[in-house]
Design a protein around this ligand. Sequence first.
Ligand code: G6P
Ligand code: MG
Length: 220
Amino acid sequence: MIRGVVLDLDGVITDTAEYHYLAWKSLAEKIGIDIDRTFNEQLKGISRIESLELILEHGGKDQSYSEEEKEMLAGKKNDEYKTFIERITPADLCPGMKKLLLDAKEAGLALSVASASKNASTILEQLQVKDQFIGVVDPNSLKNGKPNPEIFYKGAELLGLSPAECIGIEDAEAGIDAINDAGMFSVGVGSKESMKAANYFVENTEELDLKKMIEKAENK
Ligand code: G6P
Ligand code: MG
């Protein structure tokens, strides 16, 4: 029986992907690397430092910086990113998310957030939905990032549930792999092509219907 939902944040609860992209693009330009939106797809769900490493590799500069310098560059990106997220309001909830959270509450489902973002709590506060979640997995406590299932195990653990009692919702391929490997029912938001590993997928968050997801998960 489904008793909980573990949600990714970026691209599921709110669309911060564009802000991450703008902040990375600006940082990359400063060090002579050009990135575009197609390249940015690879960064979804990936931690800050791993994202920087992918950008450096893309620009052929993966050997150019020490670990300390990389920390400094990642910090610069985060400073700019924070200026974007300061402006987030409840109006920035993804379409259909307000209803989904209400429906989950009514149905007595427990909710947690499994995001690689160290800014997740701030963003949930800006959106004024933080109190609707029992917990937010602390990415600092993780040994492995997505696609490793660790973050979804922790998301279920925060709810006191087994992964089999939860639905996981993600917009990144690495995230769907993580949910599947955790033994949770995976719901993908995105194109058929990118969400092909998901147990069930919808093209946008507006189509995330709680009843339907539970039905699919319980009749898997
Ligand atoms: C999410 C986003 C990634 C981002 C990561 C870390 O998974 O999809 O694009 O790099 O969080 O975010 P942070 O806010 O800690 O830099
Ligand atoms: Mg995401």
